[in-house]
Design a protein. Structure first.
Lengths: 174, 132, 631
């Protein structure tokens, strides 16, 4: 009887803890990550640096799209990590979101430009079509198809758990 | 001594039956008072529980908000499917076209009749600044 | 530079706390010498950590945006008051404060005198170890000292406007103080087990600590409810939000614990249960920290998500819980020689209500975890809302209240008095029965469960009032703190049920100079004003409100736009009268130029918070009495 009672006080905590362990170790635990696949909507927007329209045809292969703006502090924090990625040779396309061109270029001049190409989405129209609600947001894209949509700051851990694991799963190369 | 043991047994019985009844009551109340959470696509593709309150989450479709007197109508979308929502009351401050929303209510043939509208906010993740 | 010093001091403090723990293990004795050494070592750890925090506060006040955390949550336009509060507006900084409070409780305990030197030393060791665990959590997974040099931003991102409010500035600190305060009974109880001398009355020694922590938690929850009421604009005082629930669970457990402490220290019964409760209360407090900080639950209050944090916390809290439970089950034979629980004694009623507390805690735990279990099992998101909690809390509270009223007559360690005097009980039943009938007569559409809660609310209050008045006349002793706390409970039940019976709301479309009438209130939209403030612009509407008795007052609900994030918030305007609040929120402007205006009449809502204040006061009386008794 007594032994049973002693065992009993452990059972409830063990249940609760193992449950939360299982919950936390689910692969798609990151609430910011969205794995719905869709094709990049067609668009025609200016390049941030030149008055030259960019369309879907200017984006080819596998790459990352990062939504950022100069008014976004979190983007400023994410910037350091993005620069590392860019130094490692990862292709980053910037989507400058609801931002003044002069503010954006000034920001890049100050902190450095990790992007291969930057789309200037002043109205936020492409962003809206892609389901963007704020900044920063990051997409993993393979041949025009969105594989991962991440809302919020990307750091080492999120890159590893969300992006790299998808890249491995699909066997693609950036 | 026998008296003593009998009493003890009675106590244990009382405690376990009361706690057991409590646990059953909790489980019963849980099963009758759940709100199901769906995205607009799931509403189209899944079978919905009948006469149950549901939560629908997604984005407020840009250009879909209509207001008449104290009612507000809008469309929640997940960029694949959409559902129209009617609500009488004041929407939260963070409610905006093109931003995240959760509506709680009952589904009928016209869409969702909402009883409550919640807008999502997050500390670290910023909505774009409104330009002057 | 300063931020590095602050960071360094925190690391140093972690090392000193670790040293304190090691000292406790090495010098396991009751000698005067070791006591002094351990006490000094702990104090040094605390002072280092305190200085580190104060430097951090200074950094926030002086707008040092090279610190990432400050740049993300503060802004140079903010008033100084909020610059300080921005520290606990998000995860890293609030964890910093949380640990500071944890070590502060330990510090106060450390300075107190205790004849049981060995138990005190061991408790300090346990507290130090817990602090070290959380400090490592802070430094490893949620470092508030990280900088974004060499290019600090020119200005910060601002604290969330919804959180820019005096209610926010004070409510988390009180909650944290309450949560972590239970570390004292927890570690003292464990130290008592390690020391293995069952004659020590640890329950009595930790009572005022526990009650004081309970008071802080009560005030913290009450402030949170009050803040949500006027700031969120929904007009409710409790939303059964998971983050509210994780504060409610330790409060319920602590209430049961404080009662059991009285029983155990007075009658040598329930000692095992009380010890187990001390573990449960502290674990539930830590569980709250885990839920809020792991990102498991989506809530308007929850902090940013990071599974690594969740794993660390889960592992650490799990370790604390399993070590303490193992110790408990290994050493519990120590306490088997206790007195038998007498039937119909005060302690038997308290034990019965302990079961009800248990059911409430269990139901709340299920309300939080069931949606997660469901999601894991069926891949379908669900949520559990107010109907579930009402279905559990209302009947259980009514049952527990009835047992409370019966137990007023009972005595410690014995059954009822020989000649049972039920007259007082009958009078109070009569009073509350008549009041309930009168209510039913005036308003017929009230559900049975609400009528029943109304009844028990009045029953508790009238029973205690009769008791106090008779005791005053016959010069008998009244346990005043118990009377105040339980009348607080009665008032809480009464005001919640009256609030749900009478409150109502209405949404209007109004243009300036229009007048609308609702339930005896006449509302006139006077004018709109634009006002510029240091960090926001606001549109302020002026409403002339004429109450049913002809009294006129002006109300100014606002819509604010904050510069730093462009976020829009509403400020409610509330006219407080003894009976009800007239509560106005300004909604959006419609295309035809009129405004959506929400008018709510919230009855007796002030008494809900007042009842919590009564409970807190009674707790303070207990703390005051026992500290006077000690000196």
């Amino acid at each position: 009887m007594k032994h049973l009672l002693r065992l009993l006080i452990f059972i409830i905590p063990i249940c609760i803890f193992s449950f939360f362990y299982a919950y936390l170790s689910k692969d798609n635990f990151y609430p910011g990550a969205d794995y719905n696949n869709f094709n990049i909507p067609s668009f025609e927007l200016n390049n941030l640096y030149e008055e030259k329209p960019l369309t879907n045809n200017d984006l080819e292969g596998n790459y990352i799209i990062n939504v950022w703006a100069s008014w976004c502090i979190t983007c400023r924090i994410e910037h350091r990590f993005l620069s590392n990625l860019s130094n490692k040779g990862i292709r980053l396309i910037g989507l400058n979101y609801k931002d003044d061109r002069s503010d954006a270029t000034e920001w890049l001049e100050k902190y450095g430009n990790p992007y291969e190409l930057i789309i200037h989405d002043f109205q936020g129209s492409l962003a809206l079509d892609m389901g963007v609600t704020g900044a920063p947001e990051t997409f993993l894209i393979s041949n025009g198809e969105v594989l991962v949509h991440y809302r919020g700051e990307v750091n080492e851990m999120i890159w590893e758990d969300v992006f790299i694991s998808m890249i491995r799963e699909k066997g693609i190369e950036l | 001594m026998k008296q003593h043991r009998k009493k003890r047994l009675l106590n244990i019985l009382l405690i376990s039956s009361l706690s057991g009844a409590g646990v059953l009551m909790v489980l019963y109340a849980l099963n009758t008072n759940l709100d199901y959470f769906f995205t607009p696509s799931e509403i189209i593709s899944k079978e919905l529980p009948k006469n149950k309150r549901v939560k629908v989450g997604g984005m407020v479709l840009e250009g879909s908000v209509e207001r008449d007197s104290s009612n507000i109508k809008f469309v929640i979308t997940d960029y694949q499917e959409s559902i129209s929502v009617q609500y009488a009351g004041i929407v939260p401050d963070l409610f905006k076209e093109g931003s995240g929303v959760v509506a709680l209510g009952y589904i009928d043939k016209n869409g969702l009749k909402a009883e409550k509208i919640l807008a999502k906010h997050d500390e670290n993740y910023m909505p774009p600044a409104l330009k002057d | 530079m300063l931020v590095e010093i602050s960071h360094y001091l925190s690391i140093l403090s972690t090392a000193v706390f670790l040293l304190t723990f090691t000292l406790v293990i090495i010098l396991d004795s009751a000698s005067r010498h070791s006591e002094i050494l351990i006490r000094r070592s702990y104090s040094h750890g605390f002072v280092l950590f305190l200085i580190s925090f104060l430097i951090y506060v200074y950094l926030a006040i002086t707008d040092n945006f090279s610190v990432i955390y400050i740049s993300q949550h503060s802004n140079s336009l903010l008033p100084t008051f909020y610059k300080v509060a921005s520290i606990w507006s998000a995860h890293e900084g609030s964890m910093f404060l949380w640990i500071l409070f944890l070590s502060l409780w330990g510090f106060a305990f450390n300075l107190s005198k205790d004849s049981e030197t060995r138990i005190k030393n061991i408790s300090i060791g346990i507290i130090s170890l817990i602090i070290v665990g959380f400090q490592l959590f802070l430094l490893i997974t949620s470092n508030p000292f990280e900088t974004n040099l060499p290019y600090p931003p020119l200005n910060g991102a601002d604290i969330n406007p919804v959180l820019q409010d005096p209610g926010l500035v004070i409510h988390p600190p009180f909650l944290y103080l309450g949560y972590v305060g239970f570390v004292i009974p927890f570690s003292y109880g464990l130290a008592f087990l390690i020391n293995s001398n069952e004659s020590v009355n640890w329950e009595k020694k930790t009572k005022s600590w526990s009650v004081f922590a309970w008071v802080c938690l009560t005030i913290g929850i009450c402030l949170g409810s009050w803040w949500a009421y006027y700031e969120l604009g929904w007009g409710g005082y409790w939303f059964w939000d998971p983050v509210e629930n994780v504060a409610l669970m330790p409060w319920l457990a602590a209430t049961a614990f404080v009662h059991s402490l009285s029983v155990a220290s007075k009658s040598n019964t329930l000692r095992i249960w009380t010890l187990l409760l001390s573990i449960i209360v502290f674990s539930l407090s830590l569980f709250g920290a885990f839920i809020v900080r792991s990102g498991i639950i989506d809530s308007i209050h929850s902090f940013a998500n990071d599974p690594q944090r969740g794993m660390y916390l889960l592992a650490f809290i799990g370790a604390i819980l399993f070590l303490s439970l193992s110790l408990f089950s290994a050493k519990i034979n120590l306490l088997t020689a206790q007195n038998e629980l007498k039937s119909q004694s005060k302690e038997s009623f308290i034990s019965l209500n302990n079961i009800f507390f248990g059911v409430l805690i269990f139901s709340t735990m299920m309300g939080i975890t069931y949606p997660l279990i469901y999601e894991l099992a069926y891949n379908q998101k669900i949520s559990v809302g107010a109907p579930f909690y009402n279905a559990i809390y209302a009947p259980i509270t009514i049952l527990a209240s009835i047992i409370l009223v019966i137990s007023i007559e009972s005595r410690w360690g014995r059954g009822f008095k020989e000649a049972k005097k039920y007259n007082q009980l009958y009078v109070s039943i009569l009073i509350s029965g008549l009041a309930t009938l009168a209510l039913r007569y005036f308003k017929s559409d009230i559900s049975l469960i609400i009528l029943a809660s109304f009844f028990v609310g009045i029953l508790i209050i009238s029973r205690y009032l009769i008791l106090i008045s008779i005791n005053l006349r016959t010069n008998k002793y009244t346990n005043i703190q118990s009377a105040i706390a339980h009348m607080g409970l009665g008032l809480l039940i009464l005001s919640i049920s009256a609030n749900s019976i009478f409150s109502s709301e209405r949404v209007f479309n109004m243009k300036p100079n229009e007048t609308k009438d609702y339930m005896g209130v006449s509302l006139t939209f006077d004018e709109l004003q634009l006002i510029n403030n240091s960090n926001h612009d606001s549109i302020r509407a002026a409403f002339k409100v004429t109450d049913i008795n002809g009294r006129i007052s002006m109300l100014y609900p606002e819509k604010r736009k904050y510069f730093a994030r462009g976020q829009i918030t509403s400020e409610t305007a509330i006219k407080i009268t003894p009976k009800r609040d007239i509560y106005i929120t300004l909604g959006d402007q419609l295309e035809n130029g009129s405004w959506v205006v929400n008018l709510q009449l919230n009855y007796f809502i002030r008494y809900i918070w007042f009842s919590a204040i009564l409970m807190a006061i009674s707790g303070l009386i207990i703390v005051g009495k026992s500290s006077r008794a000690r000196s």
